[in-house]
Design a binder for this molecule. Structure first.
Ligand code: FDA
Length: 305
């Protein structure tokens, strides 16, 4: 039943008509538990609160399914606005983005041009940029672009998903770039031809790639709400004398907020992923797919209106 619900919400997350509808009619239906608001000012307010609690942030201007150049350029402009806000307000925040929102599905030239503009601004404001990983069909293209940008900039990292069979090979390859990586289980619906169908294998592989990347001496962000993964990492770094400065934990805004504070109080760097903007639908549906109980927030949102 749980798998059926997960597949259903992941199916909904890719529906373009629903995406456009949701964008037009605002962030209602309970999405505000996971999304900081619609504007950069809303996001800045949330970041200040989180920073005040000892939590670092990575901010994401939400956007998916960008299929024309004008929209991709606007997404890049908004992203630059976010970087400037981080610099101006002296926030403890990095930035995350999706290459499809910068034009990945349109042309490589467009996405590289937009990324260069963003990285120039990021360097001036000393803001680290992480390229989120999207579905499998975009994985190779995303890594190819990441590698080219990494040669030009120190200020960029990306994400590896442990549900993909290829992830171990990618960790080995990206070691040649001393890549700063966020390691996750993976949030999209993938076929068993490319991804482990069983959760136990995904979890086991996440532990494995965390160990590999740490052992290679690279900066590692462990992005998971799973206590088993967090405790495994704590034990591994202790046993292998890996300093706290070589890794951090990351969680999503609105998920396990008390645990986030506990980890910060234990002396770990913990970074909260804070999305904002009107294009919240796909992001929100993936969060429900991870935990169908979150659907209750939609109903609450409807009745509150
Ligand atoms: P898992 O799903 O096994 O959950 C463990 C426990 O965490 C659950 O039992 C529950 O208690 C809690 N939990 C998990 N999800 C929850 C939710 N939605 N609501 C409430 N509780 C929840 N993926 C991707 O494909 N590309 C990317 O770029 C990113 N980026 C990213 C950044 C950050 C900071 C995080 C934390 C995650 C991502 N992800 C991602 C998502 C990731 O791939 C994965 O889908 C989710 O983190 C859920 O997996 P967990 O590791 O948390 O464990």
């Amino acid at each position: 039943m749980e798998k059926l619900m997960r597949d259903f919400f992941l199916f909904l997350s890719t529906n373009r008509m629903m995406t456009r509808f949701a964008k037009k009619y605002g962030s209602s239906f309970g999405a505000s538990r996971f999304v900081a608001g619609e504007t950069i000012d809303d996001a800045v307010k949330v970041i200040k609160e989180l920073n005040g609690k000892g939590l670092a942030v990575t901010i994401d201007y939400l956007g998916e399914f960008v299929d024309n150049e004008k929209e991709a350029n606007e997404m890049a402009d908004q992203t630059i606005e976010a970087i400037n806000a981080i610099g101006r307000e002296k926030l403890n925040s990095q930035l995350s983005l999706k290459l499809t929102s910068m034009g990945l599905d349109i042309s490589e030239n467009l996405v590289r041009e937009n990324m260069r503009r963003i990285l120039k601004e990021a360097e001036e404001n000393q803001v680290f940029v992480t390229i989120d990983m999207e579905n499998y069909s975009r994985c190779q293209k995303t890594l190819d672009i990441f590698k080219k940008l990494r040669i030009e900039s120190e200020n960029i990292g990306t994400v590896i998903q442990s549900y993909l069979y290829r992830s171990e090979q990618d960790i080995l390859d990206l070691n040649n770039y001393s890549a700063s990586l966020r390691l996750v289980k993976g949030a999209y619906k993938e076929s068993s031809e490319v991804a482990f169908p069983n959760k136990a294998d995904v979890d086991k592989n996440l532990k494995k790639i965390i160990e590999m990347h740490l052992q290679n001496g690279n900066y590692t962000a462990i992005a998971s709400h799973d206590d088993a993964i967090i405790e495994h990492t704590k034990k591994y770094v202790k046993e292998n004398n890996i300093p706290n400065s070589q890794f951090e934990f990351q969680m999503l805004y609105g998920i396990r907020p008390e645990r986030q504070i506990e980890l910060a109080e234990e002396g770990y760097t913990i970074r909260v992923y804070v999305p904002y903007g009107t294009d919240w639908y796909g992001y929100f549906m993936r969060r429900i797919a991870e935990r169908p109980a979150n659907a209750a927030f939609i109903l609450k949102g409807i009745f509150k209106k």
